[in-house]
Write a protein that binds this ligand. Structure first.
Ligand code: MEV
Length: 306
């Protein structure tokens, strides 16, 4: 039995704008998915997720099945496997759970087969898997989940920035949404108001560039301010919603440095960075608005074999 684990992620800055070539900063968090795999002679793929037995027909486990099929195809091999998944990440909430399950499955199966895959190679295969399952996927998710840390994504380039030691509180609304539908709504808005929306997206890019400096200086107040401005621009393109905005405002009032949505928006999660002394107050403020609170931090630890 081989066990590999990989982190989820949040966007500190730049979601949506990154789809149009602007930079973004995504960060691995210390909430992980762990995948255990062993080869079996039946030739079938069986998946046990948190005690629930599933097979390849189960909608939510298509990432795992597609990862197994992709390994078979790329390495010209055939196998059956029992795969068991444990997750600290709520699924379909924009925290990168599909990327984390994909890369941890690829790595665990590769190790079972004696194939040595470096994390960046796993990230690339993982991107193929996500693209096959979703139709469209940003390479950022599998890259951040494989390598960990704080990552600046610029066009096709990625670069690690220095990490931050600061509490992060995530408010998960539990509302599921389709990333591609939210992206399509921004595209429509951009077609209707090309200059206006291009300027908004390019201002988000400016925020990301300023954010890299604030990160380097560990300027939490500045980072919080930029997160708040980023949130205002995300509101303006219609990707926040009432539930998320309520959590964002409640967090700020309770003493967060800054708060914004993370990921596609219109459901899913928001995040707040907060001074240590306000963690309790901000958590309570998020919980009061019926969201699940995840108390986490940035993590340098990417994909690893346990
Ligand atoms: C979704 O998590 C983030 C988006 O920017 C889409 C993407 O980057 O693939 C909305």
């Amino acid at each position: 039995m081989v066990t590999c684990s990989a982190p989820g992620k949040v966007y500190l800055f730049g979601e949506h704008a990154v789809v149009y070539g602007e930079p973004a900063i995504a960060c691995a968090i210390n909430l992980r998915i762990s995948t255990s795999a062993k080869l079996v002679s039946s030739g079938k793929i069986k998946i046990d997720a948190m005690g629930k037995r599933l097979n390849c027909m189960s909608e939510e486990f298509k990432y795992v099945c597609c990862a197994a099929q992709t390994i078979k195809r790329l390495f010209n091999t055939d196998f059956g496997a029992e795969i068991s998944i444990k997750s600290q990440l709520p699924p379909r909430q924009g925290l990168g759970s599909s990327a984390a399950v994909t890369v941890s499955t690829i790595k665990a199966l590769a190790e079972c087969l004696g194939i040595d895959l470096k994390n960046e190679a796993v990230a690339k295969i993982g991107h193929q898997v996500e693209t096959a399952v979703q139709g469209i996927a940003s390479p950022a998710d599998t890259f951040v989940s494989s390598t960990g840390g704080v990552v600046l994504i610029e066009q096709t380039k990625t670069r690690h920035l220095s990490s931050l030691n600061i509490p992060i509180l995530i408010g998960a609304t539990g509302i599921e949404r389709s990333t591609s539908d939210v992206i399509a709504s921004v595209t429509r808005l951009k077609q209707t108001y090309p200059t206006l929306i291009t300027n908004v997206l390019s201002s988000i890019g400016d925020i990301t560039r300023l954010g890299t400096q604030k990160l380097a200086n560990e300027d939490f107040v500045g980072l919080g301010e930029l997160m708040n401005i980023n949130q205002g621009l995300l509101e303006s393109i219609g990707v926040s919603d009432e539930a998320l905005s309520r959590l964002v405002y409640a967090s700020r009032t309770a003493g967060a440095f800054g708060a914004k949505i993370t990921g596609a928006g219109r459901g899913g999660c928001m995040l707040a960075i907060t001074p240590d002394e306000n963690v309790k107050k901000v958590s309570q403020a998020i919980a009061k608005h019926d969201a699940k609170v995840l108390n986490t931090a940035f993590s340098d630890s990417g994909l690893q074999t346990e």
